[in-house]
Design a binder for this molecule. Structure first.
Ligand code: ATP
Ligand code: MG
Length: 873
């Protein structure tokens, strides 16, 4: 069965069991501080498990893009080394939110695998949770009893907490699970070793394919378990592993998910897959990583120096390094695989097709820059090795190796390999110590501690009313304390309803305050969105937690932010109009003071284009276009009407569209009622963010007034300095510049003439001491003229010892020039002489043996220096 059909069969099977098919959520997570990337199918439904909001449908199925490279689920080190762990993989899943539980989950999984996919029952094993005393949890006999109806009892194995109690992270929903494993070894191997003994033993042909999780607990901050409001089913099956089983191959990389990429790598590098272990690992790493990186870029996450972007950069660098070391690729090549990937996955995941050019460009540039890093690192390492050898050592200091890694991005594995090729070693312990030290200090800087929510009202679900109102009477549903080094102690408060906009979609959160009936006021310093809830940040809690409060949004800040948000939409429209429809939004930041918009475009936006863009936006402002808002559109309907959505954003079934004239976008942000409220729009900068991505920064409304007031103040100041010229200002300044240039020229000529006279006088003043023509003089010429003068004299006079002391205010310089024959015959050294004489002017210097200079801060010492020079002859 082809992989496309495998995916389709799964979704249709559960659709027939009344599940709604939903698209994969983005792989990069935006509204959850505990998770950077989607690591399991359940992440996008976390708010349903936690009871923060209710699902539209209590049965759902999908294929979710997952990435396991950080946090609790990190498989990076395994990837490529083994044949069944990937960084990015698809997880096929079915969910029940408070609907069916263990019985259906187990029976349906079995039906799909054995009846539909026709996997031989004798290849399958299942595990159930054996219980755990320390957690006070019993054995899952319920699951056992359902399984025993379907499978021989000797194929039902007990599993411990590590394998059979699934947790998303350190905190959050969790529960016992039941896994399904396959044994795809040949008959001979099976006869020799019993498959049951290989389950969960990291055997590449006895692997877990499906995990059925029975969500019933919430792991609290103090480590305890609390029952969730309802019981849920969360299952996840590895799509690539399933393909391996159904396509009768022994490795995920031999399925049609990977073979096109591997053939392409063979073609590009000239190395064949299946020859040597090292090269095979490298080929698998590259085939795997190009998927992860491409999908992240399509999701809007570019490689960068921090956060999720840093993780993506590290994945790509791992692939580059394997290509560099084992496939001998010293030029960018991974980007070339994106075409194959797009052909192969573009139908199931259209984002790969539509963003292909951007992905190619970004990867290519990253490759080029990291390959440069590798070369610089190699040179550095070479010089370290030379020093080591001359010091008679065969072990590279761990701190040095770490510095190479940390400061220059040069990978540790490569350092180790290169050293070992020369019979040298790296001090691994020293490296580990240096690494730990750095990790500890960055962990300390970023550590946050979050207490569990204190829940005042269990049944409250929150309502957002901030599109229509800026104040409301509310009560507190729950609160908790968050402590971090950066922000100190803050409280997060959730109300039953709120007019406050929580930071999301690039728009910053509202500020404001809450007020109790007794007049107690608490400032809300920021608002964030987290797992579908709006969380208000305060420095302290109100005195009374029960009761009602009035909450008030800072209206001025909100109005400025709304102005910038609407301006952002108009800017987006203008860019597509002026530059072309290839322009896609790649990120935005809407604050009250300014806005920022990143977009795909392959060259600098010219000044003429910027003017045109600005004019376009200002024309829409003058047209006084009213806001047309629709809060109840379906996603498909909105897109059909021409609304623009942002890829990598998570949209629900019901979307909101914002329309101003012909600009129409899916957007949850706050906007002005009429474009006239923006008053004016002004671009303040245009720059590059990454290869193929440009950034425009701009301002609107009263920020533009401030901007022009400031500019006109500067203008007046300049006019005043120029004594209010009657000519236009630019001409006056140009005239000044011309005058300045001609004066400079004149001065140069005068200095030359002065030096010319001086040369004659000086040569005449030479005294002969011990056969040396000695000249000493003091001058106020500038450094350049002194040097020219010295060399002129040296060219014309033999056996010369010339010293010039130049004073410039308090500063002093000494210049010594010697005929080259004197340097040899009398073993004189101008460098040594100036260093010695430099003491008189409280300075130091150096140079060559026949010409050297010293600078100091005591001009009064020049005379003494000249006298001392005479003594030296
Ligand atoms: P393993 O023990 O093999 O690492 P897991 O216990 O981490 O698996 P789960 O978290 O239960 O796996 O994920 C559900 C399913 O997703 C697994 O049964 C497996 O088929 C698949 N899966 C998990 N991790 C990966 C990975 N890194 N690459 C490919 N598939 C994976
Ligand atoms: Mg795992």
């Amino acid at each position: 069965m082809k992989s496309k059909q495998i995916r389709q069969t799964f979704l249709e099977f559960f659709e027939n069991k009344k599940h709604q098919i939903v698209p994969s959520a983005p792989m990069v997570i935006k509204n959850d501080p505990t998770l950077m990337f989607t690591n399991a199918g359940m992440n996008q439904f976390k708010e349903y498990f936690l009871g923060n909001s209710d699902p539209k449908n209590n049965r759902i199925t999908d294929s979710q893009k997952c990435l396991r490279v950080s946090g609790k689920h990190n498989d990076l080190e395994e990837v490529g080394v083994d044949t069944y762990h990937h960084t990015m993989f698809e997880m096929l899943g079915n969910w029940s939110f408070g609907d069916y539980f263990k019985k259906e989950a187990i029976t349906w999984a079995w039906e799909l695998l054995t009846d539909v996919y026709k996997i031989d029952k004798d290849c399958l094993y299942v595990t159930i949770f054996e219980g755990d005393k320390s957690e006070n949890l019993d054995r899952d006999t319920e699951a056992y009893n359902y399984w025993k109806e379907l499978i021989d009892e000797d194929r039902i194995l007990n599993g411990n907490k590590a394998d059979n109690f699934w947790e998303m992270g350190a905190q959050g929903p969790c529960g016992p699970c039941s896994e399904i494993h396959v044994d795809i070894r040949n008959a001979n191997e099976k006869a020799q070793v019993d498959g049951a003994s290989l389950v969960n033993m990291d055997h590449p042909q006895v692997v877990e394919i499906w995990n059925l999780v029975f969500m019933q607990y919430n792991r609290m901050a103090d480590g305890s378990l609390k029952n969730l409001p309802a019981q849920h089913v969360d299952t996840g099956m590895g799509f690539e592993r399933l393909a391996m089983v159904l396509q009768n191959v022994q490795s995920n990389y031999d399925t049609d998910v990977f073979t096109p990429l591997i053939r392409e790598i063979e073609t590009i590098t000239g190395h064949s897959y299946g020859k040597t272990e090292q090269e095979d690992i490298a080929i698998r790493v590259i085939a795997d990583h190009v998927r992860a990186v491409s999908f992240s870029i399509a999701d809007g996450q570019l490689p960068s120096n921090n956060g999720a972007g840093y993780v993506i950069r590290m994945i790509l660098r791992r692939a580059i390094r394997y290509g560099f070391t084992y496939l001998n690729k010293k030029e960018p090549f991974i980007y070339q695989l994106v075409n194959t990937l797009s052909k192969q996955m573009g139908d199931a995941f259209p984002e790969i097709k539509s963003q292909k050019n951007l992905i190619i460009n970004v990867i290519k540039e990253e490759e080029a820059s990291f390959l440069r890093t590798l070369e610089n690192g190699l040179a550095l390492l070479d010089s370290m090795v030379v020093n080591m050898k001359s010091a008679g050592s065969s072990i590279l200091d761990g701190k040095k190796a770490f510095e190479l890694n940390d400061t220059y991005g040069f990978p540790k594995e490569l350092t180790r390999l290169i050293l070992s090729e020369q019979g040298l070693q790296m001090d691994e312990d020293g490296f580990a110590v240096a690494l730990k030290k750095q990790q500890d200090s960055s962990r300390k800087a970023s550590a946050t501690e979050t207490t569990d929510w204190t829940i005042l009202r269990e049944d409250d679900t929150q309502e957002f009313i901030g599109y229509d109102r800026l104040t409301a009477d509310v009560r507190i549903s729950k609160y908790r304390k968050v402590t971090s080094k950066k922000d100190g102690e803050l409280y997060q408060i959730v109300f039953n309803m709120t007019p406050f906009y929580g930071e999301s979609g690039g728009q910053t959160g509202d500020k404001g305050y809450l007020e109790s009936s007794s007049g107690d006021t608490v400032y809300i310093i920021d608002t964030k969105k987290e797992n579908g809830q709006t969380v208000h940040l305060t420095k302290n809690l109100p005195n009374e937690l029960e009761g009602t409060y009035k909450v008030i949004v800072d209206a001025h800040q909100r109005a400025r932010t709304a102005s910038n948000h609407t301006a952002t939409h108009l800017l987006h429209q203008a860019l597509r109009k002026v530059l072309g429809t290839h322009v896609e939004q790649k990120g935005s930041m809407v604050r009250s003071a300014s806005l920022r918009f990143d977009f795909s475009h392959f060259s600098k936006v010219t000044n003429e284009e910027l003017v045109e863009i600005e004019n376009f936006v200002n024309a829409r402002i003058r047209e006084q276009l009213p806001l047309e808002e629709n809060r109840n559109n379906t996603y498909d309907q909105a897109i059909a009407e021409g609304a623009i959505g942002l890829f990598g954003e998570k949209y629900g079934d019901v979307v909101r569209t914002i329309k101003f004239g012909k600009s129409q976008e899916l957007c949850g942000g706050t906007h002005v009622n009429n474009t006239a409220d923006i008053w004016h729009f002004k671009i303040t900068s245009e720059s590059a963010v990454a290869s193929g991505i440009r950034r425009i920064e701009a301002i609107s409304s009263d920020a533009v007034k401030d901007f022009f007031t400031e500019q006109s103040k500067h203008f007046d100041e300049i006019k005043a300095i120029l004594k209010n010229p009657t000519k236009n200002l630019a001409e006056s300044i140009e005239a000044l510049q011309d005058e300045n240039a001609s004066l400079k020229k004149e001065i140069e000529q005068l200095l030359k003439a002065k030096a010319g006279n001086l040369k004659g006088d000086l040569m005449a003043s030479a005294t002969v001491i011990n056969g040396v023509n000695f000249i000493a003089t003091k001058t106020d010429l500038d450094a350049k003229s002194v040097k020219e003068l010295a060399f002129d004299i040296e060219r014309e006079m033999e056996n010369l010892f010339l010293i010039i002391g130049a004073a410039n205010g308090d500063k002093a310089t000494l210049t010594v020039i010697l005929s080259k024959n004197l340097v040899k015959e009398k073993s004189l050294d101008a460098g040594k002489i100036v260093r010695e004489l430099g003491k008189h002017i409280q300075g130091g210097g150096g140079g060559q043996s026949h010409f050297a200079t010293a600078g100091g801060k005591n001009a009064a010492g020049i005379d003494a220096a000249l006298v001392a020079a005479r003594e030296m002859v």
